[in-house]
Write a protein that binds this ligand. Structure first.
Ligand code: AMP
Length: 114
């Protein structure tokens, strides 16, 4: 079930997070419950609740999220690969109603995902 937008509180510095990247448009911080040796969440500061709420005007912002992911993957040493995941709504397991991209790496991944 999707709860409150805890990521807005991280953007607003109302709660602490291990922030690894920030610019005017995006924020990236380590997942509190990591599923891999590297597990970072990359979010837009603009509130987009779910992936299926994206508008054409957001295209550049989405490209930016990917660019941040690539730079972090390089910085964090994920030279053998990584996985990017965006869960959209309940059936995909989205729990926080603020668009976020998971950057996972540092271990062997399997397919299909659970
Ligand atoms: P999702 O299931 O795709 O909505 O992912 C939400 C992610 O946010 C989960 O992997 C949680 O572990 C993570 N998370 C929830 N609260 C926090 C927090 N305060 N700081 C960092 N990560 C969080």
């Amino acid at each position: 079930m999707m709860t409150e937008n805890i990521f807005q509180k991280i953007i607003d510095r109302q709660i602490q997070a291990d922030i690894v990247y920030e610019d005017e448009q995006c924020l990236a911080f380590r997942d509190i419950n990591p599923q891999a040796p590297v597990h970072v969440l990359i979010i837009p500061k603009k509130v987009i609740r779910t992936h299926d709420e994206i508008q054409e005007s957001d295209v550049e912002l989405l490209g930016k999220l990917h660019w941040v992911a690539v730079q972090l993957a390089r910085e964090l040493g994920l030279k053998d690969g990584y996985r990017l995941v965006i869960n959209c709504r309940e059936q995909a397991g989205q729990t926080v109603p603020h668009l976020h991209m998971h950057l996972l790496g540092g271990r062997e991944m399997h397919w299909p995902p659970g």
